[in-house]
Design a protein around this ligand. Structure first.
Ligand SMILES: [Zn+2]
Length: 249
């Protein structure tokens, strides 16, 4: 899904630490979103509710923007829209793909582009949007319009789809699930896995996995990934395959 109506979207500045020139000055900061060019119509990345907008701005001054809150509690932010082009209002529900405005250069922008950002709701943590835009990673895990059983959700939780700690709690309750009921299923299943200590444990790789994330899941620390790599004769720990069965030592 692209947040812009176009077939050719390009990244001009990635998420993370960066250095660039702004009005003749060298600036270093942490880029909380991703800058995109191509097309001009900005569209909602996912269904949600508009939480705030600004429809009047100018380059190097006030930015025109739209912020949308989604059912998992996360927000998507669309910045530097063309002044006067914002076509949605605060409190309005929007559907995935619905027009929000036109790409522009209002605010702190050196040229026409979209600054697209994903924040994880309550913690206000920005995450790298790249995989969500270009690799089909889902912002809101799809439930085909109907709620899943607590057992199914527990499987997703163990797989890592719902995050950890407070984030998991927030996202499950925003999606209408009973956190404590699901968490007790998760705990029961995990303690079952741990008590079969004489048997070998295996993990099957799913979409979006990394050895780091798997190590974190089993050992509580991503730093221990070489242990899994070694047990499975993985030469390049950056390369694992969906469906690959990994021995967890
Ligand atoms: Zn940006």
């Amino acid at each position: 899904m692209y947040p812009v109506k176009t077939n050719s979207l390009r990244v001009t500045s990635s998420f993370g630490p960066r250095t660039y020139t702004y009005q003749g000055q060298k600036v270093s900061d942490y880029h909380k979103g991703i800058d995109l060019v191509g097309g001009s119509e900005i569209v909602a990345f996912e269904d949600g509710i508009v939480t705030s907008t600004c429809n009047k701005g100018e380059q190097y001054g006030q930015a025109c923007y739209v912020r949308i809150k989604h059912s998992n509690g996360w927000q998507t932010l669309y910045y530097h829209l063309k002044s006067g082009s914002v076509s949605v209002k605060t409190g309005q529900s929007v559907a995935k793909g619905q027009k929000l405005g036109i790409m522009g250069a209002t605010g702190k922008a050196t040229g026409v582009h979209l600054h697209f950002q994903i924040d994880k709701g309550s913690s206000s943590t920005a995450i790298d949007p790249y995989d969500y835009i270009f690799n089909g990673k889902e912002l809101v895990p799809s439930n085909n319009g109907s709620k899943k059983s607590n057992d199914e959700i527990a499987t997703e939780v163990i797989r890592g789809d719902w995050g950890n700690g407070q984030e998991r709690k927030d996202r499950l309750s925003s999606a209408g699930y009973d956190y404590s009921a699901i968490q007790s299923i998760v705990n029961a299943r995990l303690s079952n896995t741990n008590t079969t200590s004489s048997a070998e444990r295996y993990y099957t790789v799913v979409k979006g996995d990394s050895l780091w994330a798997i190590a974190k899941k089993y050992y509580g620390s991503g730093h221990l990934y070489p242990k899994i790599a070694k047990a499975n004769n993985i030469a390049n720990p950056d390369i694992i395959y969906i469906g690959q069965k990994l021995l967890i030592p």
